[in-house]
Design a protein around this ligand. Sequence first.
Ligand SMILES: [Zn+2]
Ligand SMILES: [Zn+2]
Length: 436
Amino acid sequence: MAKQSQDAGDMWRRVDELVEGLDLAGDVAAAAEQVAALGREAVAHLARTALGRTGVRRERAAALLGCLTGQAARWACREVERQIETRPLNPTEHMWVMALLRRLDEAASGTGTAAAGPDLADPLLDDETELLLWRDEFAALGHAEQQSILAPILQDGNPAFLRLLETALGLQIAAVDGAIADGLARFATSEALPLLRELLRRPDPVVRKRARASLAALERQGVDIRGVFVAAAESVEPVRAALASVPQGDGRMAVIVARGHTASCVRFAAVVLDPVEAGIANVWGESGITEAEFRDHLADYTETTEQRLVNVDLATAQALVAAAEDYARRQGRTLSPDYLVWRRCFGRPKQPVALPIVFGPACSRCGARLRSGDLLRGGVIAGRAALCARCAAGPLACVACGRPLNRRTDDALARPSANGARVEFLCRRCGRGNGG
Ligand SMILES: [Zn+2]
Ligand SMILES: [Zn+2]
């Protein structure tokens, strides 16, 4: 018995040496074979190390684990399963372990997973609600722990983790951005491009430099990187609904897209667009709901906001959201981290679409750019036309009956002129007959 435990101790030390001496840029597969050759207990020790708490070891152990095949992968799988039964996992570990188990399972049965397609994504890694929970937990950790959590994921290189990394990028933490910028070089797939695109736009020059280096590394690995500035990840689920609200007098409108393979599992994302200031004023969504629950949500929304939602074609919904995102960036706004999680539910339009509203509208009378203050002081937006507060304070008349109107005292209805170039007004009486 003593002899046996001494043997086990020796063998663990041997595994630890292999882990510590591992050159991540070198032949990881060969090192993994060496561990496998030491037998079942060595592989189990490796699996425990990968689940451990120390960053550097964890990263290397995870890399080795990811290279195991056949019988050794099966041993690792059993040990990981045993470990997760005995101790609680935080959501990150949970996601990572689930993806790891599936990979080991595939490696054990010899089905291989090298050519991972977009549908490889683990359900957990594709659920926005889970991702947001994970993000909030991740955000509360110290820098060192954040790095130690990211390490095995970045080492893994499994495209299923890209959503998790994209979610982490939404927090805009320079150290996290830097680690991800480096790590993306291991994700030899065009699916990494939307993340690099995000990083190439970061204000920190060091992050941008590291993202450029990873982009070059991907190109060397045969990834077609030409699409990096248009690349946008989009859910592969079929669209079940695309809706938009009728634009309000301040130009704001809501856009909602719902997706799902079946009516029993639907997700939707919604944004309120602000074409004057923020671009994107608000974003929310829900995942894992039924079609009926989605319809309930729409009914609630229409009731509480008193806005009418109409069906629009998907390309219009996508173009509105994409234009709002681009406008927010041009205005130097930081995109809401929630938007980065929900935006793939929208996707980007495949062809140019004429938008019903203008981002950054100008007064059609004097040409001045509207500010949100204009809208508080009588200025108004109608379709693609707008009137600033100063021009709206001048003499106005009802286009139908000619009665003089005062924006401050009269409840006039604003609408776009027939050619859409100007804002015109109807007095209350004429407006009533026009559906106002
Ligand atoms: Zn004006
Ligand atoms: Zn009138």
